[in-house]
Design a protein around this ligand. Structure first.
Ligand code: FAD
Length: 477
């Protein structure tokens, strides 16, 4: 008999709840990963993220081999096929128990339910674990048993609960027994085949364990202290850049919190708004969006969280959307950010807020178009955080930016990239523009020789139109 650990977005051997439980059974363990390129395409998964996953699987295979666990990679088209393929695999390999860590977006949950039913028909057990967040969904509730819809009280309740019942990384060290089947699989040294997806190289992001842990530690030692002062400036390397590892589970959120607390034991004290505390807050935002997604399946169906905002009349204009996607809006900070995203799969948090606000408020384009574009390009694409971030910026979400407060992209640029260092890295046309005019280059270029688009909208007018669109939507409800 065998047991299976099915890896999805938890690509690590350290602090992996489902893997720990699979090992604890004392039976030979087979690890599976199922590529589902058509499903990924439907979910807009970025090619760069799939390449990152592919590279990480190679490392995972070696790490699992040390534990006597062979990793088998299969390819199916979509979730539906993957369910049948796994059930079939279980029959062929005398599997008695399948272990998985839960995924919270709706299609993923439905897939797991379907597999559970199919396995049960053959007497095979399926065990699902909460692993992706430090604290389990549905554990941070208000007095009425409801999920908090505002971040700060959620955060306070989160900290209270974590302080009372800390959740530490756990790794099982029990030896895994071998069977003839697992021995034979381990002897097979063929490399992991392509995952059947377009390839965009992710080599700038390391996949080996030491490098990832080193990143976390270096952040805690050298940057966490000043994080609250540095985190908003895209030209400064002031954030951890750990989200890609969290997104594919090469690192766990528990590891992050644990490491932070090793260096800053006071980070749980709410009244100390320093770097470590602020960073912990960001990890808790990740938990907040994950827990929301778990509670509200509607979020997986393209629904806005604030009911009335479904009546906002988005002016979907393909020309404006394209200008935004290509970084040709005539707003330097927006363009620099959008070009960086396309070229590297990365965007700084402040810029995600600025560009998302610009698309939804200045261009009055539907936030779902932006959500999709981000997913298609981000190396750290994560459904819950991306949806949460977009709905925050579009003022359609829980605890979102109030609709009447609209970011001014020029002022945001002046404030967070004062000398234009970030802008000049990505908008080469503006290389020679003096600092003073870097955010309003056409004021400097009176001769009109600058090869850079004029602003595609007038911010003042666009702001009023956006506010009006929200007011009208409110009036419908
Ligand atoms: P740090 O500042 O070092 O923060 C540490 C960790 O906390 C991050 O790695 C991340 O896991 C978490 N975190 C930080 N900020 C947020 C936040 N606002 N919401 C949720 N979690 C947060 N994050 C993703 O991981 N994937 C996405 O697809 C994603 N899409 C976004 C879309 C929009 C429109 C916005 C406004 C934000 C989005 N974010 C997303 C959140 C945030 O921008 C990134 O997590 C952050 O920029 C990652 O950089 P970092 O690792 O250096 O973060």
């Amino acid at each position: 008999d065998h047991v299976i650990i099915w890896f999805r977005d938890d690509l690590r051997t350290v602090d992996n709840t489902a893997l720990n439980h699979a090992i604890e059974t004392g039976l030979p363990v087979i690890a599976l990963f199922v590529a589902t390129p058509m499903q990924w395409h439907e979910h807009h998964v970025a090619a760069i993220q799939v390449d990152f996953i592919h590279r990480r699987l190679r490392v995972l295979k070696q790490q699992l081999a040390v534990l006597n666990i062979p990793l088998q990679v299969m390819q199916c088209n979509d979730f539906s096929e993957s369910v049948d393929a796994i059930a079939e695999y279980c029959h062929q390999h005398r599997v008695v128990h399948v272990f998985v860590n839960k995924q919270y977006p709706l299609n993923e949950q439905l897939r797991d339910e379907k597999l559970g039913v199919l396995l049960a028909q053959s007497g095979i057990k399926q065990s699902l674990f909460d692993d992706n967040y430090v604290l389990e969904p549905e554990t941070i509730l208000n007095r009425e048993g409801e999920l908090f819809k505002v971040f700060t009280p959620y955060r306070n309740a989160w900290i209270k609960r974590f302080s009372a019942e800390p959740s530490y990384p756990v790794t099982t060290s029990k030896e895994v027994v071998l069977s003839d089947t697992t021995s034979a699989m381990l002897a097979d040294s063929t490399d992991i085949q392509s995952l059947g997806y377009p390839v965009i190289e992710s080599v700038l992001w390391p996949v080996d364990e030491e490098a990832i842990l080193q990143r976390l530690d270096t952040f805690c030692v050298t940057k966490a202290q000043d994080y609250h002062q540095q985190r908003d400036f895209p030209a400064i390397d002031g954030t951890s850049c750990l989200s890609p590892f969290l997104a594919i589970g090469a690192l766990s959120a528990r590891q992050c919190v644990h490491q932070l607390l090793q260096h800053f034991p006071h980070a749980l004290e709410v009244n100390k708004e320093d770097g470590a505390f602020t960073w912990l807050n960001e990890i808790i935002w990740r938990e907040f969006y994950g827990h929301l997604l778990h509670r509200y399946p509607e979020l997986s169906k393209n629904h806005p969280f604030q009911e009335y905002t479904q009546y906002v009349c988005w002016q979907d204009n393909p020309t404006l959307l394209k200008a935004w996607q290509e970084g040709k809006t005539g707003f330097p900070i927006v363009d620099a950010a959008m070009r960086q995203l396309r070229a590297t799969g990365w965007m700084h948090n402040r810029l995600r807020m600025i560009t998302a606000s610009f698309l939804t408020k200045d261009l009055l384009c539907d936030w779902r178009a932006g959500e999709q574009w981000f997913m298609q390009h981000l190396i750290d694409g994560d459904f819950a955080s991306n949806n949460g971030g977009w709905q925050w910026a579009a003022s359609t979400g829980t605890d979102s930016q109030p609709y009447f407060r609209v970011f001014n992209p020029t002022l945001q640029g002046q404030r967070f990239d004062p000398k234009g260092d970030f802008i000049r890295t990505w908008v080469k046309e503006l290389a020679k523009v003096p600092d003073k005019y870097i955010h309003t280059p056409h004021q400097w270029d009176s001769s009109g020789s600058l090869d850079y688009p004029l602003p595609i909208v007038d911010h003042k007018e666009a702001r009023l139109l956006a506010i009006e669109a929200f007011k009208q939507a409110k009036a419908v409800m």
